[in-house]
Structures are given as structure tokens and as C-alpha cells.
Design a protein around this ligand. Structure first.
Ligand code: BGC
Ligand code: ZN
Length: 386
């Protein structure tokens, strides 16, 4: 069985030949992987040769944004049958802490969790994978063609949840009761800045626009690029991060209710904090892996503004099965409102063997979601209704 990953010894992407994984427990499911999306996390692992494996392992199979078709099931598997399309979640809990025991390993307290394709466990860039039923989410057939968006969308779902929970600390400034942070129409009258127009920034923008949030996206690319066109298609405005400082950007937008950081550009992310208006909430989702950017900060200004402006800066990582399920529900609403943006946001597809080219394209501002087709013809009728 072919898989794509990193070896401990030599930097760079490798195609590895591995034995097909076997079902070892009655609760496990075997999956024929169909497609895997790649993102900044994968790029970082490759670029910085971060091969985070268990003792004695020589390689890490990459890939954490996947869907596939069930090819075999253990005896006690209840919710999946051979032929069902599925999406695997990423994190596997520590099994000890309150969060992990409550199906919220995204909040693991011990840090002893593992993540498929990232941290200590092989990922999904492989022809077949085996996993526990509990870590799989059923995929409606009519969403298979955009299913690689579900994992990153689950990250956005969680981050937006956190941000809304935090903002329930204060009365809404607008007079509309239906725009309260805990109301279904919370986005009305709100204004947001999204930092980054890559895949995650795009999804955050789509979700904010779905809520009618007036959305400005800061990105350091030319206006005439796919990334900018895609955020404009859902009614957001592009702000060129090269032309203005964070201070100027914030002043230009005026009242801001929330900031969603989706760039992993730590310098830019930090520089926004002292300029945020009163009662704003800032959620950060980028995970810079290299660990080396040092910036001078006016610490007095930062502390003063955070306190005087009641600022809330929160980090949000990973997601759990409930966020995946909600992402699948929201896809229906996204389709109704914005047509084929998710389909069109998958800008590049490569055959499984062309991983190098796929990774090279990630930098291109004319790329958004880049996909590797593991299975050339998935054994599921994609056009059938679920
Ligand atoms: C993944 C998350 C993961 C995070 C940190 C992201 O790219 O989408 O599931 O928790 O990286 O490893
Ligand atoms: Zn835990």
C-alpha cells in the first residue's frame, strides 16, 4: 500500500510502501481513502522536517483532512457499513483527562493526546486507514466532492463558538435582541477583521458572511488573485496588509466586534492587539511551528489597551466530532446562500503520486484548497442524494 509521509532520517516528502493496516479491534473500521486536502500545517511539517513519531518509528504518514469509503468493519461497529462515505477526525484523546473522557479532546488537559498526520500517529495520506468507529463522522454522499473542507471548517466552527461564548460576557451594543451573541442571528450589525485569506481565512470569511457580519480580510496579496476573488464572492472586502499598518487597518475599518486570525503570521497577529477597540474579541488559530520570530512590543501600550478596552484574546485549536457534524450541516446553508464557493475553492487536484507539486502550489495566492486524489475513482456515486 502506498502512503506519503516524512522519514525521520531525510528531509522531504517520500512515497512509502507500507503493509495495509488491519482491523485489530471489533470497534474498528477500515477505510479506502478517497481524497486528502493539504494545508499550512502539512507544509510546516515538511518545510521544517518535523517528524513527530513514537519511539522507534521511522516515518510519519502525513494528511489530516480526508474522506474515504468504508471497506471493512469490525464485529461491533454499529453506525457504518461497507460502502459508506466517512470523514475521520484528527485528534485522539489522552484517555485520562475530563475533556478527553467527555469527547472533547480538543480541550485535552494533559497534552498527552495524539493527532493523526501531525503528532505521533500516522495520517490519512495513504491508500487505506483503520480507525475506531468513535472517531469517524458519516459523510452525506452529496458532500463528498467538498468533503476535504470539513476538517478545516470544523476548526472555524470551534473558534467561532469560543468567540461567541466569550462575548456573552457583555450586553450587545446594538438595539436588536436577535443580534445577541447567543442568538441564532448573532452576526447582524457586527463587523469583523479576518487576518489571512488562505483556506482557513476563506472559511472563516464564509461563515461570518453567512451570519451577515460585515467582513474585512487582511491579506498580503494582489487584488487580482483567486484568494481575494473568493472572499469578495461572499461579500467580504480585501484590505492589503502591505499598504497599511495594523493600526491604520483598524482605524480604517472603525468599529470592530471581532478579529479572526487565520494566517499563522505571528508578527502581524500580535501587532493588532494594542489597536483593537473596546470590548473586542480576538480569536487566534494559526500554529507557527518554526518558533523563531521575535518582535519588539510596546508592552505598556499592549497591557494598557488590553485592560482599558476589556479585550479578550483567545487561542483555539483543533475540533471534536460535534464540530465536524455542525460543519456538515453548515455546508447545506453555505450552498444555499453562496452556491458553489466550496466546490470552486478547491483550486487544485493532484494525483496521489504528485505530492511535491501539490505542496509547491500551497504558496500560490491563486490556490486555495489543494487536494491529493488518493483514489482516482471513488467507489461511491457522488451524485446520488443521501
Ligand atoms: C489541524 C488541527 C490540529 C492543529 C494542531 C491543524 O492544522 O487542523 O486539527 O489540532 O493543526 O496540530
Ligand atoms: Zn486529555
Amino acid at each position: 500500500m502506498k502512503a506519503i509521509g516524512l522519514t525521520v532520517e531525510t528531509p522531504g516528502i517520500r512515497v512509502v510502501d507500507l503493509p495495509s493496516p488491519a482491523i485489530e479491534r471489533e470497534t474498528q473500521v477500515k477505510i479506502r481513502v478517497a481524497e486528502v486536502g493539504i494545508d499550512g500545517t502539512d507544509k510546516n511539517l515538511v518545510q521544517h522536517h518535523l517528524v513527530d513519531v513514537e519511539e522507534g518509528e521511522s516515518h510519519l504518514v502525513l494528511g489530516h483532512e480526508a474522506w474515504g469509503v468504508v471497506s471493512d468493519v469490525g464485529k461491533s461497529v454499529k453506525n457504518f457499513r461497507v460502502g459508506d462515505p466517512v470523514i475521520p477526525t484528527v485528534r485522539r484523546g489522552c484517555g485520562i483527562c475530563a475533556a478527553c473522557l467527555n469527547f472533547q479532546s480538543d480541550y485535552c488537559y494533559t497534552g498527552l493526546y495524539k493527532e493523526r498526520g501531525i503528532h505521533k500517529l500516522h495520517g490519512f495520506l495513504s491508500e487505506e486507514v483503520v480507525d475506531e468507529e468513535a472517531y469517524l463522522v458519516p459523510l452525506p454522499k452529496d458532500q463528498a466532492l467538498i468533503a476535504v473542507w470539513i476538517e478545516p471548517l470544523s476548526i472555524v466552527e470551534k473558534a467561532l463558538d469560543q468567540l461567541r461564548l466569550v462575548q456573552q460576557r457583555m450586553p450587545s451594543w446594538c438595539p436588536h435582541p436577535t443580534h445577541a451573541w447567543d442568538a441564532p442571528d448573532w452576526g447582524g450589525c457586527k463587523r469583523a477583521i479576518v487576518i489571512g485569506a488562505g483556506p482557513l481565512g476563506f472559511l472563516a470569511t464564509v461563515m461570518l458572511r453567512l451570519q451577515d457580519v460585515e467582513t474585512y480580510v487582511v491579506e498580503i496579496v494582489d487584488p487580482d488573485t483567486t484568494r481575494v476573488r473568493m472572499i469578495e464572492r461572499v461579500g467580504a472586502k480585501h484590505l492589503d496588509g502591505r499598504a497599511f499598518s495594523p493600526e491604520e487597518l483598524v482605524r480604517g475599518v472603525g468599529r470592530i466586534d471581532l478579529v479572526f486570525e487565520a494566517s499563522g503570521a505571528s508578527k502581524l497577529a500580535i501587532e493588532f492587539i494594542p489597536y483593537l477597540p473596546r470590548n473586542a474579541v480576538y480569536v487566534m488559530t494559526g500554529v507557527p511551528r518554526a518558533g523563531g520570530v521575535t518582535v519588539p512590543v510596546n508592552a505598556d501600550l499592549m497591557l494598557r489597551q488590553m485592560v482599558r478596552h476589556n479585550l479578550a484574546v483567545i487561542g483555539s485549536v483543533n475540533s471534536n466530532a460535534s464540530h465536524f457534524a455542525r460543519a456538515l450541516e453548515d455546508v447545506r446553508v453555505i450552498r444555499k446562500r453562496f452556491g458553489t464557493v466550496l466546490e470552486d475553492g478547491i483550486t487544485h487536484r493532484f494525483l496521489f503520486g504528485s505530492a511535491e507539486q501539490a505542496f509547491a502550489v500551497l504558496q500560490d495566492p491563486n490556490s486555495l484548497k489543494v487536494v491529493l486524489d488518493v483514489l482516482e475513482r471513488p467507489a461511491v456515486n457522488l451524485h446520488a442524494h443521501s
